[in-house]
Structure formats: structure tokens, C-alpha cells
Design a protein around this ligand. Structure first.
Ligand code: CP
Length: 307
């Protein structure tokens, strides 16, 4: 999971490293100072609410200063490259970069040009590792797996615009590494059979899965990545692939509903289900701070020790 002191991807995730981070996040082991005098830069070149604010809060809770940069208001708008932007910020004495970018692979590219840790906060359709770790934290908590973070026997169904989704790709890799069975589900345009290359089952029949899953993870239609063109109509999509009240009523006892946010209520998930008793969506947001605290602290520790 770690690439030296960079956290870039869940592909090929090392289960032991993931379990270490999840245990530390679950225990909130790094609460209080630890990064006093350090500076974390949030480079968010694509919009974000949850990830950006939770990294800010996490860094502040660890005692670090935070500087924020977006594509608007930075010299990226004058044509400066991502790499030049990143090393310019590094040259000012920043200790870690948290990067969100619209381009798949941008974070890995930046990591090759700076010496300080780079944490991927979501790059294009590629990866969003701290979201997957947040989701794993909540699955482990909801299903009583916090002892060893062994997800054997758990069936996670990820539903929606999978082809556009960095959250799905990160979760597929991480949850499988932790032992879960993962099924990807959606209409063929959003969930083509080729996604079985992620090592997951692929299905187009949500109704055949909804009473089998321990976790229903609903994904947003990613209109900014062409999801709208793959959507005949929001009403039809909701009827065929939305987590409606009727479908949620068929879920197994103890099964949970997840959504990484932001949600299109009434499209991929009914508002009543998002706010209902099976939903851990608010817990996902809370857990995001814990995971990001652990990720920042471990990244800094690994940089200090020369990992
Ligand atoms: N889940 C997620 O990445 O949300 P934001 O885009 O609001 O950060």
C-alpha cells in the first residue's frame, strides 16, 4: 500500500500495512500533537468537501499547519504544470502534500518529483486510497472485525457508475486484500464485464444481490466524468439500480448501506435509505478524519525513518 513514504494506491495493497493503519485509526492512536511545527499542503485541483476538510481537520488535530491551494487562484491557471506547482510548494518547506487531481496517475507522477510524502486524495478515475481505508474502517466496525480486520465471509456489493469510480477501484483492491468477496454491479455501460480484471465478480442484476450482501456500497453517477451520457434517465436508473426502500427492506439482518458521497439522492439511493437505520454514511465521514490522521502521521514517520 505504501510506496516508500507515499500513499498512492490500493492496488496490490499489503494487507498487513492496511491492518496496521486501520488499527491505529480505530484506536485514534495519534490523537493530540505529533506533527507540531510541520506543515501539510492540500493541493486540491478538483472539487472536494469531505476529503479536503477531513485532511485539514486531521492535520490540525495532529498539531500541523495547513496551507490550501486549488487550481483557481493558483498559477496552474497561467499554465504552470502540476509538477512545477508541487516542487514549488515543497521548496517553501512544506512537509507533506495531499493531492487531488482530475488526471488519473497525477499523484504518482508528482511523487516521482518531490522528496516529501504525497498522499493521493483522489486522482481521476484511478484511485482514492484514504476513502477505501475509511470504508474498510466502517465495515470492520459495523461487522465486528476490528480484532484482526479479516473480512473473510463478508460480501460487499459495489453498485453504480463503477467504470468512472476511483472509489470502486480502491475498494475492490483493498477489500479483497482483507479477505472480502466483492461484486461490482450496474448497467453494462457503467459496469462492463471487463471490470472483472479487478478480480471481482461483475453483475447487472441488483435484485439478485441485494439480499446476499453484507455491505451495499452505492456509487454516485459521475456526471463530470461522462456518467450522464451513460444514463438514459435518472428515474429509470433509480428503478433498476437505485437502492430504494423496497430493495433496502430485502437486505440481510445486520447488512449496512454505504455511500462515499457526495450523493445524488433519488438517483443511486433513496433519501430515506441514506438516512435510515442501516446507513453508515455519516460514520464514513467521521471515520475519514481518523483514517487521515493515521495516514498523515504514518507518512511523516516513514519519511523521518527513510522508508
Ligand atoms: N468521497 C469523496 O471523495 O468526497 P469529496 O469529493 O467531497 O471529497
Amino acid at each position: 500500500m505504501w510506496n516508500g513514504h507515499h500513499l498512492l494506491s490500493c492496488r496490490g495493497a499489503d494487507a498487513a500495512q492496511a491492518r496496521e493503519l486501520l488499527s491505529l485509526a480505530h484506536a485514534d492512536a495519534f490523537d493530540g500533537a505529533g506533527l507540531n511545527g510541520r506543515t501539510v499542503a492540500n493541493l486540491f485541483f478538483e472539487d472536494s468537501t469531505r476529503t479536503r476538510v477531513s485532511f485539514t481537520i486531521a492535520a490540525q488535530k495532529l498539531g500541523a499547519r495547513v496551507v490550501d491551494l486549488g487550481s483557481k487562484g493558483s498559477s496552474l491557471s497561467k499554465g504552470e504544470s502540476l509538477i512545477d506547482t508541487a516542487w514549488t510548494i515543497e521548496s517553501m518547506g512544506v512537509d507533506a502534500l495531499v493531492v487531488r487531481a482530475a488526471q488519473s496517475g497525477a499523484c504518482e507522477l508528482i511523487s516521482r518529483h518531490v522528496d516529501i510524502p504525497v498522499i493521493n486524495a483522489g486522482d481521476g478515475m484511478h484511485q482514492h486510497p484514504t476513502q477505501a481505508l475509511t470504508d474498510a474502517l466502517n465495515i470492520g466496525r459495523a461487522h465486528g472485525r476490528t480484532g484482526g480486520w479479516d473480512f473473510s465471509g463478508l460480501h460487499v456489493v459495489i453498485v453504480g457508475d463503477v467504470v468512472s469510480s476511483r472509489v470502486a477501484r480502491s475498494n475492490a483492491a483493498l477489500l479483497r486484500a482483507l479477505g472480502a468477496r466483492v461484486t461490482l454491479c450496474g448497467p453494462a455501460m457503467m459496469c462492463p464485464g471487463s471490470l472483472s480484471g479487478l478480480g471481482c465478480e461483475v453483475s447487472h442484476d441488483l435484485d439478485a444481490l441485494v439480499d446476499q450482501a453484507d455491505v451495499m456500497m452505492m456509487l454516485r453517477i459521475q456526471f463530470e466524468r461522462g456518467g450522464g451520457a451513460r444514463l438514459a434517465s435518472s428515474r429509470l436508473y433509480h428503478a433498476c439500480y437505485g437502492l430504494t426502500l423496497r430493495r433496502a427492506a430485502r437486505m440481510k439482518e445486520g447488512a449496512i448501506v454505504m455511500h462515499p458521497g457526495p450523493m445524488n439522492r433519488g438517483v443511486e439511493i433513496a433519501g430515506e435509505v441514506a438516512d435510515g437505520s442501516r446507513s453508515v454514511i455519516r460514520d464514513q465521514v467521521e471515520g475519514g478524519v481518523l483514517v487521515r490522521k493515521a495516514a498523515l502521521r504514518l507518512a511523516m514517520d516513514r519519511a523521518s525513518s527513510g522508508s
